[in-house]
Ligand binder design. Structure first.
Ligand SMILES: *Cc1c(COP(=O)(O)O)cnc(C)c1O
Ligand SMILES: [Zn+2]
Length: 414
């Protein structure tokens, strides 16, 4: 039988119960569109995990389609008919033996999110966020973006038939404006950072009914991103690794992974020590790293954010306090790497393992080496580097000027 690709999700029961504020504990209905709590904190989805534990077993997942909807019971979309999919998720988890030998890490892995639609893990958040918006009757969307989220949300909004307004920094990678334009999003650039784009989108919101889908002002994209940890668990046979290294901008991915660990434990699907969650930022924009080092509960706005890793150019994250909690509670750490280290790591991984990763993913590679050298990781620790996107989206970072031969030319020296 022909399996349609992406596989059409089957009917399911979502165990979503309500939205909860992780700061003040307020609970609100999950069945109408919601942004943040009255106290300003992001809202998190809570599920009836006791019921899910009774009804579901992890073995039920075997044989389901290779996309993130295999975890539909643990996702917020109730009606399979509302699911908007381009085949996101179930990305490869690759062993890195050569790079591992170089770093003296013999159990080093890469979760390669570059294989997602639109080339980054933003597709996970967009698939779930757009599906849920559609299900709740939202008719238009608006968002600021550092770049890749805009590209992903534009693609899923197009597939859902929802109009999207997106504002991104002028110096976001050119591919991001192209993918937003080609999929029909109402696209604007700003001579500034994602925080400036956010202020413009907020002012526009006062005159518009479009739903605010900015990072963590929308409770569902984090649910899409948490599936990275569900997949890591399942792909390793429900044995969690010792550490997961994550390049953080807004921090949604790392909060999602932390949330998934709690849910997997509540389901009884994993046990034992949680992986240490490691956050990586660029030296030119490292608010979370500084806050971690100072023992602060939240970060300060980072002035003059500058790094070639555009996804990490986020001067202040709404969920910073959750990122810091995730890192501390798991015995993780936060490190900053330079743009030069990022470029070295990108080239090294590509040559050693054939994987051309985005600069954000390369930052996590550089951090793996640094943390082994410092003794934070032991040589036999199972370490997963989360590569958030493909290097192919950033062609300008690599200069390639091979010699040009005349038509009747010879290979020099051959
Ligand atoms: C958005 C983005 C990040 C940062 O993700 P957050 O969830 O916002 O921390 C990292 N890498 C890439 C390629 C991104 O697009
Ligand atoms: Zn609150």
């Amino acid at each position: 039988m022909v399996q349609p690709v992406p596989a059409v999700p089957r009917p399911h029961r979502s165990y979503l119960s309500f939205l909860e504020c992780p700061r003040c504990g307020e609970r609100i209905s999950a069945d109408r569109p919601a942004n943040v709590c009255g106290c300003g904190s992001p809202l998190l989805c809570r599920y009836d995990l006791e019921a899910a534990r009774a009804d579901l077993s992890r073995d039920d997942l075997a044989g389901r389609p290779g996309n993130l909807w295999r975890y539909a019971e643990l996702l917020p979309v109730r009606d399979a008919g509302a699911i908007v999919t381009l085949g996101e998720g179930w990305t490869p988890l690759l062993h890195l033996p050569r790079l591992g030998r170089r770093f003296d890490l013999d159990d080093l892995w890469l979760k390669d999110e570059g294989c997602n639609p639109t080339g980054t893990f933003k597709a996970r958040g967009a698939a779930v966020g757009v599906s849920r918006a559609l299900e709740l009757g939202v008719t238009a969307l608006r968002m600021p973006t550092a770049g890749n989220a805009g590209g992903a949300w534009a693609a899923y909004a197009a597939r859902a038939g929802l109009p999207l307004l997106v504002v991104m920094p002028q110096d976001a990678p050119a591919i991001n404006r192209r993918e937003a334009v080609v999929t029909g999003a109402d696209t604007y650039l700003v001579d500034g950072l994602i925080s400036d784009a956010g202020a413009i989108v907020a002012r526009y919101g006062a005159r518009s009914t479009a739903f605010d889908a900015a990072t963590l002002r929308e409770p569902y994209r984090i649910e899409g991103k948490k599936t990275m940890a569900l997949e890591i668990a399942e792909q390793f046979g429900w044995e969690m690794p010792d550490a997961i290294i994550y390049p953080a901008g807004g921090g949604v991915g790392i909060i999602g992974i932390w949330k998934a660990l709690q849910e997997l434990e509540a389901l009884g699907w994993i046990r034992g020590r949680r992986p240490r969650l490691v956050v990586v930022q660029a030296e030119g924009c490292r608010p979370l790293v500084e806050a971690f080092a100072q023992g602060a509960e939240a970060s300060e706005f980072w002035q003059g954010a500058a790094t070639l890793a555009a996804g990490l150019r986020v001067p202040k994250a709404l969920g910073d306090f959750l990122v810091l909690r995730a890192v501390r509670e798991t015995g993780g750490t936060a490190v900053a790497v330079s743009d030069a280290e990022i470029m070295d790591a990108m080239g090294l991984l590509a040559r050693q393992e054939g994987a051309w990763v985005c600069p954000e993913g390369a930052a996590a590679v550089a951090a793996a080496q640094r943390l082994r050298a410092s003794g934070f990781f032991g040589a036999h620790d199972r370490v997963v580097i989360l590569n958030t996107g493909t290097g192919i989206k950033y062609p300008d970072l690599v200069t390639a000027t091979p010699p040009v031969l005349p038509r009747d030319g010879e290979i020099p020296g051959a």
